[in-house]
Design a protein around this ligand. Structure first.
Ligand SMILES: C[S@@+](CC[C@H](N)C(=O)[O-])C[C@H]1O[C@@H](n2cnc3c(N)ncnc32)[C@H](O)[C@@H]1O
Length: 191
């Protein structure tokens, strides 16, 4: 069971997130965490009941992570990659759930931390404003670890970069979610 956050915990989370944004605007990409609507749109299209292993990229302060854990069964696990050390420490401390492993490193290192056969990859990364070699490294590693046919879901604040994503994942669909700041495009791709 994943407990919901108190107002005080939510305020602390937002403050931490804004501090992370000010320290690294291009890495964090947004000044506030994703809205419940965006998180619902991101995770709502998949059947989580049979999912055993999820990799998450860019959990930040954990809005997506908490929602994921709430949907997953007791034997599932989430391996979350976060480059901001403050966010990674906060997550490891605040989400006391044995199904979650936080890796305080870039998602580029994915293939050295998890075995192939991953059921779902979930991304909150601001791919379009990352250096090209970083996003290429992450997408290559994602293809390497995902099970055949497994979904890769994520969101972006513009559609500009989706053409590049389609070169890695030709089977790609996109939906718009206006109820977030900034409004976002949610993608679902399959390996
Ligand atoms: C837009 S925030 C999303 C935070 C949260 N998941 C949400 O939806 O509110 C992007 C997150 O990706 C992290 N990040 C950026 N580049 C990364 C990388 N190469 N590997 C892992 N995390 C990264 C940032 O530190 C930040 O926490």
């Amino acid at each position: 069971m994943v407990p919901s956050l108190s107002n005080l915990a939510r305020a602390r989370q937002r403050l931490l997130f804004a501090r992370g944004f000010l320290a690294n605007p291009r890495g964090v990409g947004s000044v506030i965490p994703s809205s419940p609507r965006l998180v619902g749109r991101l995770l709502g299209g998949l059947d989580w009941s049979q999912v055993r292993h999820v990799v998450e990229f860019g959990p930040g302060t954990g809005v997506v992570t908490r929602a994921l854990l709430a949907r997953l069964g007791p034997d599932a696990r989430v391996t979350a990659f976060e480059i901001n050390p403050e966010f990674a420490a906060y997550l490891a401390r605040d989400i006391a759930d044995p199904r979650l492993t936080v890796v305080p490193a870039s998602a580029e290192t994915l293939a050295s931390h998890v075995e192939p056969g991953v059921d779902v990859a979930v991304s909150s990364l601001p791919f379009s404003i990352m250096p090209r070699h970083v996003r290429t490294g992450i997408l290559t590693a994602t293809l390497e670890v995902l099970a055949p046919g497994a979904p890769f879901v994520g969101y972006q604040y513009s559609t500009a970069w989706l053409k590049e994503l389609r070169r890695f994942f030709p089977d790609l669909s996109v939906r718009f979610e206006p109820r977030n700041w900034p409004p976002a495009f949610v993608f679902t791709a399959h390996r």
